[in-house]
Design a protein around this ligand. Structure first.
Ligand code: AMP
Length: 457
């Protein structure tokens, strides 16, 4: 052993000498302008203290995905810009104002994905999933990017968890997707309200749009600047305007459900009947149109209960997109999906002080006093961990007080303490942090004893 140590010491000395011999370049101090780079506006660090929320929500959604038979897909974050302009729609806010787009050194026009449905559909076509038994049920999770005005619940990078069902038009699937999303919010303790509407198919929507535009033209003078533009570019979005003066006009606007063709009406009625079967309450919302062009028939959002007036706060949104696969070059194939906003869900959990289980919680802390104790505690920690005990330590600390403070902060039930006295006696102290009492255990039996106590607590 000492031989090995000597070798290491020699190596370090040689290395030092080598560096010392190298001219200025290495020893020259790095010039710094002292100013620490800041986050880009609308972007955030997800700090360790936040991670438990993401983990909790991710795990809950993941387990729902398994229950309902969805398989995971991870499309890339970067796609050709044309994917989104074709799928989401050139005139939508997302594509016309909110995309992070740039040209690659190779000259391709690309965008950071503002949403993932378009990518899932592209992948479905690219990988011939049209030929698999239908429907194909996929889920994804990850960051999305939209150049929106940053505010609470609205970021330029945010995370979504989405479910897509491709290759089936049965209305039971629309209902089941809503049930799944609603189950998620129920299970994490959020009270919500389901908002639902049908925006029909291309044919009946065309009819309806004409009626809508005719009505809004009579009100043109009273519309906000954006709505004056929407009137010609994207009339359905007139219904989505948050401006007060436009909301008043909206109340008298023709409602799309009155213009649905028989097929679309039947589809919608069946979706509602399925929801009635599971007694899931919903609110028929005639002004729910969603901000993406690809939707057809059923559209829905889930809002926190009591926030029906602020559609800004939707926790998730989804619907059918029966024309999208064809629009992107596949054969005509019906499909539908939903996407949950993870940050918004977290905000709501926090706002309502909903406790989430902390799976990272430790059961026991190993404290040591002195170098010899540290050497015995290092392998003890490894053995406890291998036995499946959730153990914590802070081996670089010396004082017992500092270590027990950390143990207190972690909320462990027990601390093991190894000092000089215990070391010489072959024992170790077990301190019950709640009761404030401690007992002496035989060091060789410590794992067995700890397990017994954890099982009995
Ligand atoms: P969308 O893809 O627009 O249908 O949005 C689905 C869900 O993602 C919304 O209901 C929100 O919960 C969430 N979301 C959308 N945009 C943002 C954003 N800029 N910041 C945070 N969450 C967002």
């Amino acid at each position: 052993m000492p031989k090995v140590k000597n070798k290491i010491i020699k190596k370090v000395q040689e290395k030092k000498a080598k560096v010392a011999g190298v001219p200025e370049l290495i020893n020259e101090p790095i010039k710094s302008n002292k100013k620490t780079p800041q986050l880009v506006r609308g972007f955030k660090d997800i700090l360790p203290s936040e991670q438990k929320y993401f983990r909790f929500i991710g795990n809950r959604l993941e387990s729902l995905a398994q229950d309902y038979g969805f398989e995971k897909i991870d499309p890339p974050i970067l796609e050709e810009t044309s994917l989104f302009s074709r799928a989401v729609g050139k005139e939508t806010d997302i594509v016309s104002k909110e995309m992070f787009s740039f040209e690659t050194p190779g000259g391709e026009r690309v965008s950071l994905r503002p949403e993932a449905t378009a990518s899932v559909v592209r992948a479905y076509i690219n990988h011939g999933m049209l030929n698999l038994p239908q429907p194909v049920k996929l889920y994804y999770t990850g960051p999305m990017f939209r150049y929106e005005r940053p505010q609470s619940g609205r970021y330029r990078q945010f995370s979504q968890f989405g479910f897509e069902i491709l290759g089936d038009k049965h209305p039971v699937l629309d209902a089941q997707l809503i049930i799944l999303a609603n189950n998620f919010f129920q299970e994490i303790g959020l009270k919500t309200s389901v908002q639902i509407n049908s925006i029909g198919c291309a044919v009946c929507r065309k009819e309806y749009k004409t009626q809508l535009v005719n009505y809004y033209k009579t009100q043109k003078a009273n519309l906000c600047v954006d709505c004056k533009e929407r009137l010609y570019k994207n009339p359905l979005r007139l219904l989505d305007c948050k401006e007060e003066k436009c909301s008043i006009i909206k109340e008298e606007a023709p409602q799309i459900v009155d213009w649905l063709c028989d097929e679309c009406k039947n589809h919608f009625v069946k979706v509602l009947e399925f929801l009635d079967e599971v007694q899931l309450p919903y609110n028929l919302n005639p002004s729910l149109v969603r901000g993406l062009d690809y939707y057809t028939n059923t559209v829905f959002e889930i809002w926190p209960e009591g926030e029906e007036k602020k559609s800004q706060s939707a926790l998730c949104g989804g619907g059918r997109y029966d024309n999208l696969i064809e629009l992107l070059g596949g054969r005509p194939t019906p499909a539908l999906g939903v996407s949950v906003g993870i940050e918004r869900t977290i905000l709501k959990l926090k706002e309502l002080n909903i406790e989430i289980p902390d799976r990272e919680k430790r059961d026991i802390f190993v404290a040591q006093l002195g170098e010899a104790a540290r050497k015995k505690c290092l392998p003890l920690y490894e053995s406890l961990r291998k036995e499946g005990i959730r153990v914590a330590e802070n081996f670089s600390k010396d004082g017992l007080k500092a270590q027990l403070e950390i143990a207190g902060k972690l909320g462990v039930r027990y601390s093991l303490i190894l000092g000089q006295k215990e070391l010489s006696e072959g024992t170790i102290l077990l301190r019950d942090m709640e009761a404030g009492v401690q007992e002496t255990l035989n060091f060789n039996k410590v794992i067995k004893e700890v397990k017994k106590r954890l099982e009995n607590q």
